[in-house]
Design a protein around this ligand. Sequence first.
Ligand code: ATP
Ligand code: MG
Length: 541
Amino acid sequence: MADDKDKLIEKLQKRIKKLEAALKIVTTHSEKAENRMRKQFEVVAKTIPVPMIISTETGEIVFANPNAEKTFGYPPEEFARIRATALYANPDERGLFLDTLSDRRELSGFRIELRKSDGSVFPAVLFARHIDFDGQDAVLTIIHDLTEVMALEKQLRHTQKLEAIGTLTGGIAHDFNNILSVIFGYTEMVTESLDPEKNRLEKEYLDDVLKAARRAKSMIMQMMAFCRKSEHEKKPFRISAVVAEVVKLMGSLTPSDIRIRSDIRDRDMVVMGDPTQIHQVVTNLITNSVHALSDRGGAIDVILDQTDIREEQRRRILTPRPESGTYARITIRDNGPGISKDILDRIFDPFFTTRPVGQGSGMGLAVVHGIIRGHSGAVCVESEPGEGAAFHCYFPVIKEEDDNTKPETGPQSVGNGAERILFVDDELLVLGVYSKLLRGMGYRVTACTESRKALEIFKNQSEAFDLVITDNIMPEMSGRMLSKEILKIRPDIPIVLISGTLPEKNGGLKTTGIRTTIQKPFDRKKIQSVIREVLDAEKQM
Ligand SMILES: Nc1ncnc2c1ncn2[C@@H]1O[C@H](COP(=O)(O)OP(=O)(O)OP(=O)(O)O)[C@@H](O)[C@H]1O
Ligand SMILES: [Mg+2]
């Protein structure tokens, strides 16, 4: 009996040992599995490119991934010390976050403002859920920093606003050019018909009319440059030459207590564009710096160097967003009063100025923006109040070598003529003034307000004309279309296109057969020289 009992105990003990061994195997396995899981979790937490935090309901931070450390600026050990409420711009809002989470168990898209270790606040959106972490109930929170997205949104809104203003300005500029054409034309004609002795006073008055009209013209040119609607031929040119020229020019015009220093670090960069417009960009920016320094004097640095735009975008927000590649960067930096944050967003807006009434039109930077946009470039401004301002302008560098940087030859000697001209413009007043002007020079002018009718006239007597001058923007048939039809009838006829505001980009002119364009409003001398140039070139052919 006792033997049986002993045997049973022995058997049971063996079984217990086996069970213990099995249990040991199971626990080490599950420890291993747990370790493996933990490692996997750590790899995931380290790899995901967003901040991730695990906290308890009471606000203890039990885990923060490296991205959270980077975003909030706390070293790893610091996270263990602070409370989760410290990460909120308004600490009370953690309560709201937890309440919303417990209502739904899982939370996504919770918009909130968070706080970094240096006290700065940033917009964010939170994604969260309850989890079991090391055996306790915890909240896993994934944070999406919205700073960059919001900056881009703002930039987009700003670009759209500028586009809208640009379209509006383009329309106004077009009408004003026609109005000014009439004022210029008749004023010049009347001035010439006056007797210099007897009508001295009248002549003076008319000179003032012309002066005012010229001022209006230059303002419209600026407005058109802003909305990229003026016709400029683009060509490759060395940007360093333009920068050097402006610095030299501005240096001679600036009071001696303001020093302009230039640092041209790359002389060979060739960009595609209009040197006159780039000249204007640099001039406008230096002029602004000169104004900023006018009370106290100071220094303006103009730096030209080459940059990789991707690198640049990592550090600065450029508008409009440029394509990747190599860019020429012109920096204009001054040590003046700088620009306060509340107006920084508006300085590129047309007509925004802080200068006294009558002193600044507020078009300077709008023009800079427009020209840069037209050159597929970008611009950005950096300024801390009291520490001056820096404007960086970027223009894409082209590969091809520069063989076209010679200055354009000026107009040749100007004369009149007796050739026959077909003149087309839908504005009766404009047509009236120019055809009278041309007749006054001796030309035989057929004037026509409708492009279709002009085409009829030309069809019926194509040999009766030596030159066609046509406005571009007209109802029914544009000047470009009319030119195309006319050239089908007589491919050799020279055509001059008048551009008020051409809607298309440059460059297409050569393939259309149109000889040249002339920008409205033009004065007597300009149209005279353009006509002679075209007709004389014709004779030499
Ligand atoms: N370098 C600078 N330092 C300080 N403020 C500047 C600087 N550049 C521009 N600003 C601010 O931006 C505003 C807009 O400049 P913008 O060139 O467009 O117009 P403006 O200089 O006022 O007038 P305009 O150029 O038409 O004569 C200025 O009125 C000024 O407040
Ligand atoms: Mg200005």
